[in-house]
Design a protein around this ligand. Structure first.
Ligand SMILES: Nc1nc2c(ncn2[C@@H]2O[C@H](COP(=O)(O)OP(=O)(O)OP(=O)(O)O)[C@@H](O)[C@H]2O)c(=O)[nH]1
Length: 486
């Protein structure tokens, strides 16, 4: 399983006190979501999806790591080497970067697009690009390394099927990312807690140490111990010595590093396992973007996001949760191209009619009215506790990050401490939780319920992150939904 290594089978309880603003899953409603689609025009999405299987499998790939580890430079260089950026543009980046005294950031500019990002030399928001390898098609998410932008890093990582962890191998560089509060550790634990199982570790900037094999081996050993403790399987991790700046081992293996016998970074990326899409589950589209007006010049409102589960087609009725309003899909784009249908894993933009823009919000979920996503304000979760100065006790206030939402909440009960590898309860009703512990807790949202599912039912909607005072204190998966609606 993904997430924390184990998840107990959840049982769904309906609180007698709750007023279902939304009904629990699988409550039938009288309308068919396809009733607006003329029978002759209905698409058998499963059949269409099969036809698509000749296409390269799609993966979301997130690039993570400590601030300045070289994430943007590495992936900018890869995109340039693949021909995604033409020579003229690259030369312009070099000239412009030099003009403001940031010549070494030219490749990073391929991904860091805003003026402020370029002026400050840091990534602030998730940069999205796409590229293809021989057997795969990737959406690349370049996450910010700076601790101030961890929420953006979380939203990128929550969508990822695989990760590249970039570490700075230069003298002192690795150490600054790896000591107590370094983002190398925080990002790696976050990625694992959010269900990322496969990862490449790019040991970067080795050009600064004349490709010192001893330094590479030292880093691989230290990271290996840490990453297996964090719950990664050894067989799902690959290490590679690279330089994002000078380009060694990116697309082809470099003669400068004769002691490295493995594949190039590009070959390792091509070997990532494609995810199993949750096509046969009820439709869930987490809305990340919405605006007035339709695709092209049509009327209506538009909503964009990723299909977390199920499939959708033009003419279908969709329910907005929370709220329960229903709209009809008038037009649809999948990965920026017009389509009549979309399926789990696709990035979609849809024009909806019959809906007011006021009904949409970032973080709302579009679903089939026959199978609405539950909204809940109390649930149990299995969490991993991060580096903490003050232990978590009952009543501990947090900001709960879920998809693109962040909401005030409290950990209202510490249920048990669990053994990290077996999931066995090692202590019931603990008084406090400290660094590195895996535990089951009860969480209550302070202001309002949100669309939520158990991790078993939906991997995307079942992941949560808990932060306090700008630091991530825990991450984990939803185990059991305790109240619906209220
Ligand atoms: N010598 C050397 N310098 C590098 C290498 N990769 C990146 N750098 C330099 O490290 C600095 C930071 O690079 P970025 O690519 O912006 O780092 P980042 O990890 O994307 O930074 P954030 O996104 O802000 O966390 C720049 O000056 C780069 O030129 C490398 O392989 N070798």
């Amino acid at each position: 399983m993904q997430g924390l290594g184990f998840v107990k089978k959840p049982t769904i309880k309906l609180s007698a006190a709750s007023t279902p603003a939304s009904t629990p899953p699988d409550t039938p409603r009288s309308t068919s979501p396809l009733s607006k689609v003329p029978a002759a025009k209905r698409i058998n999405v499963m059949e269409e999806y099969e036809k698509r299987s000749g296409e390269k499998p799609k993966l979301n790939l997130v690039v993570i790591g400590h601030v300045d580890a070289g994430k943007s430079t590495l992936m900018g260089h890869v995109l340039y080497a693949l021909g995604q950026v033409n020579d003229r543009t690259m030369k312009k980046y070099e000239r412009d970067a030099q003009k403001i005294g940031k010549g070494s950031f030219a490749y990073a500019w391929v991904l860091d697009e805003t003026g402020e990002e370029r002026d400050r030399g840091i990534t602030m928001d998730i940069a999205m690009n796409s590229f293809e390898t021989d057997h795969r098609s990737f959406t690349l998410l370049d996450a910010p390394g700076h601790r101030d932008f961890i929420p953006n890093m979380i939203s990128g990582t929550a969508q990822a099927d695989a990760a590249i962890l970039v570490v700075d191998a230069s003298t002192g560089g690795f150490e600054s990312g790896f000591v107590a509060n370094g983002q190398t550790k925080e990002h790696a634990i976050l990625a694992r807690s959010l269900g990322v199982q496969q990862m490449i570790i790019a040991v970067n900037k080795l050009d600064t140490l004349d490709w010192d094999q001893g330094r590479y081996d030292e880093i691989v050993e230290r990271l290996g111990i840490f990453l297996t403790q964090a719950g990664f399987r050894k067989s799902n991790l690959s290490y590679i010595p690279v330089s994002g700046l000078t380009g060694e081992n990116l697309i082809k293996k470099s003669k400068l590093v004769p002691w490295y016998q493995g594949p190039s970074l590009f070959e390792l990326i091509d070997a990532f396992e494609p995810p199993v899409r949750q096509l046969d589950k009820p439709l869930r589209i987490g809305v990340t973007d919405f605006f007035k007006g339709g695709i092209g010049s049509s009327s209506g409102v538009s909503a964009g996001g990723t299909i977390d589960a199920g499939h959708v087609q033009v003419g279908e009725q969709l329910m907005v949760v929370p709220g329960g309003e229903i709209g009809v899909v008038k037009a649809l784009q999948v990965n920026d191209e017009t389509s009549t249908w979309g399926a789990a894993g696709d990035s979609v933009l849809m024009t909806l009619t019959g809906l007011d823009i006021m009904n949409l919000s970032s973080g709302c979920v579009l679903c089939n009215p026959l199978h609405p996503v539950p909204v809940s304000s109390t649930f149990t979760a299995q969490i991993v506790v991060f580096d903490l100065k003050v232990p978590i006790t009952s009543g501990y206030p947090v900001v709960l990050h879920h998809q693109s939402l962040d909401e005030p909440a409290s950990i209202i009960k510490l249920i048990s401490i669990l053994d990290k590898s077996t999931g066995e309860i090692t202590k019931r009703n603990p008084r406090h939780l400290s660094k590195g512990m895996t535990a089951k807790v009860k969480i209550q949202l302070t202001n309002r319920p949100i669309p939520l599912e158990t991790f078993k039912d939906n991997k995307q909607l079942g992941r949560v992150m808990l932060r306090k005072a700008g630091e991530t204190v825990a991450a984990g998966v939803v185990d059991e939904i305790l109240t619906y609606g209220s």
